[in-house]
Design a protein. Sequence first.
Length: 135
Amino acid sequence: MTRLQRLYQRAEALGLQVYFLPLQARRGISTPDGAIGMDPDRQESAAAEAVCLAHEMGHCVTGSFYTAEAGRIERLRCEARAQRWAYDALVPLEELRRLLRQGVTRPDELAEHFDVTEGFLRECLDYYKNTKNAI
């Protein structure tokens, strides 16, 4: 079973409903009632789909929602909380540490192992390194 499949199972276990529909300007969207919309035509790969789904799940799990009227700081705060949840969900710190100890250090290899995009992996590494001082 792929990480993406496990992520969909996790969403279901959390009571989140995932819908596939065309979205005008986004790859994904979520609502406070636990609905997640994913645009299948905007997902370039399974890794990109996992990153998008985890981010939207992060909004739901952390309650990080905002309205169109919200200020820039509030929007950034909510987006950061959702993204941090996605980092922890897709790239578990202990598994990352194990791989680093084994000498797997190239971002492309790590991204492939975790089935995430390389850009997401690089952001995640920065998060763990700078925010948590964990690696």
